[in-house]
Design a protein around this ligand. Structure first.
Ligand code: FE
Length: 344
């Protein structure tokens, strides 16, 4: 029975592999990439890489959690050489699942600050996202705001919108607080924050900004690229909503604002190892960094790369220097804290 099901799994994995990459299966030099980023946000960069190197990139896009499951199911038969996904919590999860391997590259080390890569070389940040406080202009003034911690004060009762605790971005925010504030203080903070919620958590980050703009709350916590998408998108109602809010960079006199990354990992099963590492290195060149950050309204991980005009408008800020591996290590405890606080 066990043997039979194993056989079926490996057969399925082979079939999946054969169908996904069939159109380009015979390219001599290639690299196979599973990406949780949408095609439009990565493909132009991959095309540039192919034009420069002659290496074909076969791209499969999907949801982050589904792609990790797929890698686990495919095991050693996986056709994927690389996985690109978002949030250090997920990168850590993929490493823990054993589907990745360590890469030693002087170029990657030089390009990416140590806080934004795995100390053991399993994942490397490609872009940086910040998760600051977003407030409604006219209702809140910036001098009333200071830290994430202060959002638990009674003065903000029923004034805050934030998405559910099931979301990894919030889990990672709480995980970072665990590192800085410890368990007891973080639990008290979560309890206070939940009391201050204007409504039961629902929707994504963009929905929190929209709710604030619509008068349902005074403060939202969201990743800034969602605000960027609202400003630069084609929906006038979202542009109007985005106009009503401003970014506040918290914890600037302390550890800095919470940041996270999207990142890349070499799979355990990688068959095109050299080409895959070449692509990883290509993604952190100054040109790639500026394109990739701008396409996603994110920040480059590489220092010295110019920010887009929109990011410049939002101003520079001090980012938390915690090694992002901590976000993965603290994830389970963060989830327990949120559960105990009644954060839905
Ligand atoms: Fe997102």
């Amino acid at each position: 029975m066990r043997k039979a099901s194993l056989y079926i799994i490996s057969l399925l994995a082979t079939l999946v592999a054969a169908t996904s990459f069939s159109s380009t299966a015979f390219a001599a030099e290639e690299v196979n990439l599973y990406s949780a980023r949408k095609e439009a946000l990565i493909k132009p960069l991959l095309d540039r890489f192919s034009a420069q190197t002659g290496i074909q990139v076969n791209l499969v896009t999907g949801k982050a959690d589904a792609l990790l499951k797929r890698l686990q199911l495919e095991g050693r038969n996986s056709p994927a050489d690389l996985l690109i996904t978002t949030d250090a919590g997920r990168l850590y999860r993929a490493k823990s699942a054993g589907v990745t391997q360590s890469v030693s590259s002087a170029m990657l080390k030089d390009a990416i600050p140590a806080t934004y890569r795995d100390p053991e070389g399993h994942w490397f940040g490609l872009s940086l996202r910040a998760r600051p406080i977003i407030y409604v202009k006219g209702k809140v003034s910036a001098d009333e705001l200071s830290t994430y911690e202060a959002l638990a004060e009674p003065k903000w009762a029923k004034k805050i919108c934030i998405r559910s605790s099931g979301n990894i971005y919030n889990q990672s925010l709480v995980a970072s607080m665990l590192s800085h504030d410890g368990k007891d203080k973080t639990q008290r903070w979560a309890n206070g924050l939940v009391k201050n919620l204007a409504r039961k958590p629902k929707g994504g980050d963009r929905d929190q900004i929209k709710a604030a703009a619509a008068g349902q709350c005074d403060i939202a916590i969201a990743n800034t690229y969602y605000l960027g998408k609202m400003i630069k998108g084609k929906d006038p109602s979202q542009q109007t909503a985005a106009d009503k809010v401003a970014i506040f960079w918290p914890n600037q006199s302390g550890r800095g604002a919470h940041v996270n990354i999207s990142g890349v990992m070499l799979t355990q099963a990688a068959k095109n190892r050299a080409n895959a590492i070449r692509l990883m290195e290509f993604l952190v060149t100054p040109d790639s960094q500026s394109w990739y950050a701008e396409a996603n309204y994110e920040y480059p991980v590489r220092e010295g790369v110019e920010w887009s005009d929109l990011l410049k408008q939002w101003g520079s800020f001090k980012a938390d220097q915690l090694n992002l591996a901590k976000l993965g290590q603290n994830n389970a405890e963060a989830v327990r804290i949120m559960d105990r606080a009644g954060w839905k």
